[in-house]
Design a protein. Sequence first.
Length: 417
Amino acid sequence: MSGQHRVRTRIRAFAAAACTAALGAALLGVAGTAPAGATPATAPAASPTAAGDKVVGYFTNWGVYQRNYHVKNVETSGSADKLTHINYAFGNVAGGKCAVGDSYADYEKAYTADQSVDGVADTWDQDLRGNFNQLRKLKKLHPGLKVIWSFGGWTWSGGFGEAAKNPAAFADSCYGLVKDPRWADVFDGIDVDWEYPNACGLTCDTSGPDALKAITSALRTKFGGDNLVTAAITADASDGGKIDLADYAGAAQSLDWYNVMTYDFFGAWDAKGPTAPHSPLTSYEGLPKEGFTSEAAIDKLKAQGVPASKLLLGIGFYGRGWTGVTQDAPGGTATGAAPGTYEAGIEDYKVLKSSCPTTGTVAGTAYAHCGTNWWSYDTPATIATKMNYKNQQGLGGTFFWELSGDTTDGELIKAIN
């Protein structure tokens, strides 16, 4: 994600508002100890049920530019073997219809032999190039892998309000685009990334609490039972928060699953802090806002009637950080956002694991204090904690944002598996 397209920073609901059993230090495998007053990450009491094994990773079309991350990297990192689904981000929503997000990256860019998944170069006269053709090649190597085209995201969610005025017409447009004969074999369904129905994201949506249900119902009717229809949704479980503002239980009836965005709870959009982990699994003493945890989000969605099997736990393959911090434990003050490769306040895991190694854990995730910078991010060990929670709760699986944040050998996705 880049600063030139704010969906790429993946700042979730909580930026706009500023608009397991404890596994022990040996399992968590990070330096340091939990801060004073912190509670270990303990999975809530639940009878273990059959947990799903979906592993869904987002691939961004803009990653082919400054990140130099291509579909081939999904193969060479070993990630393709561990994925069940790829969410291709993003298509746009404009004029009440689904629209192409970046035609050059999506289906025009020519790949040389050394850049291509199968080592075969694109030719000037072939019908399909770009990421779509590379995804086609990846699926041939991994016949069980499914690819879903995701529409919306942070900056392109504004179009859903218009789409909600005529859900059937919107669904027709989306089906026509996703199933375009040029790439119909590439995509196995559609994902709705609406941030957020009847609430404020980058803009404020006033479509009403039933709009998401209407849109997902229309999509299911149009796409039928042979295609996947999914949605990425808020994890704001605070009183009166975003989960309360739309009929997520009703919409779930038309969906295969939800990707619950259980990250970006806290970050340097609150420039002076307090420092807090952006993806806490559980609550802890000093949590800046109640309801801003993965556990709270999952609990609220289940209480509203969403089946556990239709909930996927979200993992961020990046960290969020502040600078001007003197305190190691969470809750310290700051002077602003920590420097990042592409944007201040955010950095890939593959960079942070070496540049600012973890110094402690809290609430099932890790944090790091190096110099005056303070970061929070998940590690293979904390992901193991979250996978234990996922299994205990009988959730449908896991998804993550996004593939390019992992190491070249797929360190984080291995931990998910």
